[in-house]
Design a protein around this ligand. Structure first.
Ligand code: ZN
Length: 327
């Protein structure tokens, strides 16, 4: 029977979450008050925005994060919130550059996230991300930093921010370092850009997952590429409507699944978009009309594409089977 199983009891992983965007609104209010700064009002989710409206709010929220203890608190609380929604493995993405001025360097920023991860109720893997808006050489420095922590809590390397702002080839050296150290490779692509950009990230950067990548769903050749390499698309349903990328009811989750592409659900920035991980699954059920077998396929896709240990993946996948088999 469809629709009776609780979303919160479906074992799942968080595949796409940014550090500041993971902050609880109450924590942001507290940290901003303590820092004596104003925080921009929340994004009007009924409107359509250009990227700077989002980035400005993100930057304003990040300005309230002033210490390693603040960072660790945000990580721990994010893990608590996702754990409450049935998450058994959290991947948290952060650009250490943005936190370095307040924390005393990029290394200190990574250490602060790892300290929060150590105090979290579920295992947390850190994805060090550079920005499409910064030079390739900067990404190479961050990939080198990420590589130093491979096996020590850092599990991936990404590229965040507005994907229209960089040239794919400039980032190839950074992603080669990530690959050489066994890190997952998760650039944002195919959000504002077309399917060709997704293809370039897979072929040139050897991406193992794509942050968003929804534009690929309209392109059979790129879908074939994703299927043949089992590159997952990290979809975050509430991230698209505020930019006019997709109305909620048109987020192409089912089409990607039907094509055989692994889909890994994330919540991206619940601070700004207002919906956490379990809520994203609930929207897949309630708005996209996915049945429980399809929800289980989403959970499996995220688990399989994650950087969790083989043991943890086995446990979570068995839990998905049990969930689906339950009456
Ligand atoms: Zn993102």
């Amino acid at each position: 029977m469809s629709g009776v199983r609780l979303i919160e009891t479906l074992p799942k992983v968080q595949s796409h979450l940014h550090l500041t965007g993971a902050m609880r609104p109450s924590t942001l209010a507290e940290l901003a008050a303590r820092a004596g700064i104003d925080v921009l009002p929340v994004l009007d989710l009924d409107g359509v925005h250009e990227w700077p409206a989002f980035q400005g709010r993100y930057d304003a929220a990040r300005a309230a994060v002033r210490s390693a203890a603040d960072v660790a608190r945000v990580v721990r609380e994010a893990a608590e919130d996702d754990a409450a929604g049935g998450c058994g493995w959290l991947e948290l993405q952060m650009d250490p550059t943005s936190y370095a001025p307040a924390l005393g360097g990029v290394e200190a920023a990574v250490e602060a996230v790892l300290a929060g991860a150590a105090a979290a109720p579920i295992p947390v893997g850190v994805i060090v991300a550079s920005s499409w808006a910064r030079p390739g050489a900067h990404a190479t420095r961050l990939a080198t930093l990420a590589a130093r922590y491979a096996g020590d809590g850092v599990v991936g390397f990404g590229l965040s921010n507005d994907e229209r702002r960089g040239r794919v080839a400039d980032f190839a050296p950074a992603f080669r370092i990530a690959a050489d150290h066994g890190l997952a490779r998760t650039p944002h692509a195919g959000f504002f850009t077309g399917a060709a950009h997704v293809r370039a990230c897979v072929e040139t950067l050897d991406a193992t997952r794509i942050g968003h990548g929804t534009s690929a769903v309209g392109n059979p050749a790129v879908l074939d590429l994703l299927v043949s390499r089992q590159v997952a698309l990290e979809m975050c349903p509430t991230s698209y409507p505020p930019f006019g990328v997709h109305p909620l009811a048109s987020v192409p989750v089912r089409a990607a699944l039907a094509a055989g592409v692994p889909v890994a659900i994330g919540s991206d920035d619940p601070l700004l978009f207002g919906v956490g991980l379990a809520g994203q699954y609930a929207l897949c059920r309630d708005v996209l009309a996915l049945d429980d077998a399809e929800l289980a396929a989403l959970a499996r896709g995220g688990i399989t594409a994650s950087a969790a240990s083989a043991d943890l993946k086995r446990t979570l996948l068995a839990g998905v089977d049990t969930w689906l088999a339950s009456p």
